[in-house]
Design a protein around this ligand. Structure first.
Ligand code: GLA
Length: 368
């Protein structure tokens, strides 16, 4: 069989800016999903996972969303995109196994989408480049699964590079690699271990609210996305946005976008302290203006902020549940895990998990 690996991702700063045409700053994790694959001589794709009992078998010429197919829908959706684009693909047996927590805001779904992209691309020699594959992954999620996400997750999973973060321009869909020079510090991912039923419906509502704000601003500005405006322009014309909720959403997106660029400059200059402050401001804005944090993510961030060796801590991903990411002095890692763990548990009654993030490569064929 052929072996493949596709990572999860953690976003360092720039949340809910991707579909607003702004910048994001994610990196791929060394945690992710592995696949063992063999070609078939017919048109069946069979899916199995070592993590779940579900088994799915679909005909490549008749791919339709089926709620009962669970996680396999993300992979079927990618195969469907290949078919739509007229690539000649055929059957395969695919066994996957992941070490990424599912539904925890670390892009377990983008991980298996790009896993499928790389599998099909390799097996059937389609010659699709990574950028295109990321866009197909997003299309699978938007059109097949019905989650209206932006391009950040699929792009980070497709393009990740060891020890680098990606400054991704989501308007042009282009990126620059930025070496993650954080000597003496670690990135800790803290999992709230809470799942939020409303996450995807609330996500789609935020998108609508952002579009509503954009509509008002378009009366004056010739723009396609909120993040094309600078904070100064927003301040001058924010009263054009008659709806108070939409105005707050726009304020978050536009300032968050500016924070991404400032954070990347700070990182390039080795100013990790400023990078951390911007992470904190990002969380506060997501809490107060975009309203996508919730009590568990807030408790996790607040407890992290109390630790002296923490430069910054914020929610990562779509929000409501999932994980925070914190930039922590190496000498404070044990204290962080002990104290944040204890205090989070006391406040929420939930036991958290902690992972030291290792920044790895994007989805790829894997050789033993
Ligand atoms: C989810 C989506 C991304 C992005 C983030 C928020 O992870 O899949 O496209 O919008 O939320 O930044």
């Amino acid at each position: 069989p052929l072996l493949f690996f596709s990572p999860g991702r953690v976003n360092l700063i720039g949340e809910h800016t991707d579909y607003n045409g702004g910048y994001v700053f994610p990196c791929a994790l060394s945690l992710g999903t592995y696949a063992s694959v063999r070609k078939r001589n017919d048109s069946l794709i069979r899916f199995a996972s070592a993590n779940f009992p579900l088994r799915v078998s679909s005909d490549i010429n008749n791919l339709v969303y089926d709620a009962e197919d669970g996680w396999a829908n993300y992979m079927k959706g990618v195969a469907f995109q290949f078919k739509m684009a007229n690539y000649e693909i055929n059957g395969a047996d695919i066994l996957i196994e992941g070490n990424l927590p599912n539904g925890a805001g670390l892009s377990s779904s983008a991980s298996i989408e790009l896993l499928m992209g790389v599998i099909l691309n390799t097996l059937f020699e389609c010659n699709i480049d990574r950028r295109e594959m990321a866009i197909m992954g997003r299309a699978a999620e938007n059109d097949f699964v019905g989650m209206n996400c932006g391009v950040m997750d699929q792009y980070a999973v497709a393009m990740g590079k060891k020890d680098c973060a990606l400054l991704l321009n989501c308007n042009k869909i282009t990126h620059e690699y930025v070496p993650l020079r954080i000597d003496g510090y670690k990135l800790i991912i803290s999992n709230t271990n809470v799942r939020h039923q409303l996450a995807s419906s609330e996500y789609n509502i935020r998108r609508k609210e952002s579009e509503r704000a954009l509509k008002f601003l378009k009366q004056k500005y010739d723009i396609q996305y909120l993040c094309q405006l600078a904070p100064e322009q927003f301040e001058a014309d924010k009263n054009m946005i008659e709806d108070e909720v939409a105005r707050r959403r726009a304020e978050h997106a536009i300032y968050e976008n500016a924070r991404v660029l400032e954070a990347v400059e700070a990182l390039k200059k080795g100013n990790l302290k400023r990078f951390g402050v911007l992470m904190n401001l990002s969380h506060i804005s997501l809490r107060d203006l975009y309203e996508v944090t919730g009590p568990e993510l807030d408790a996790m961030a607040e407890e992290a902020w109390k630790i002296t060796g923490v430069l910054g801590s914020r929610m990562t991903g779509g929000g409501f549940a999932g994980c925070t990411v914190s930039l922590v002095d190496i000498n404070s890692v044990d204290e962080f895990i002990r104290e944040v763990g204890k205090n989070y548990q006391r406040r929420t009654g939930l036991t958290p998990d902690f992972y030291l993030a290792d920044i790895g490569d994007g989805a790829k064929q894997f050789f033993m």
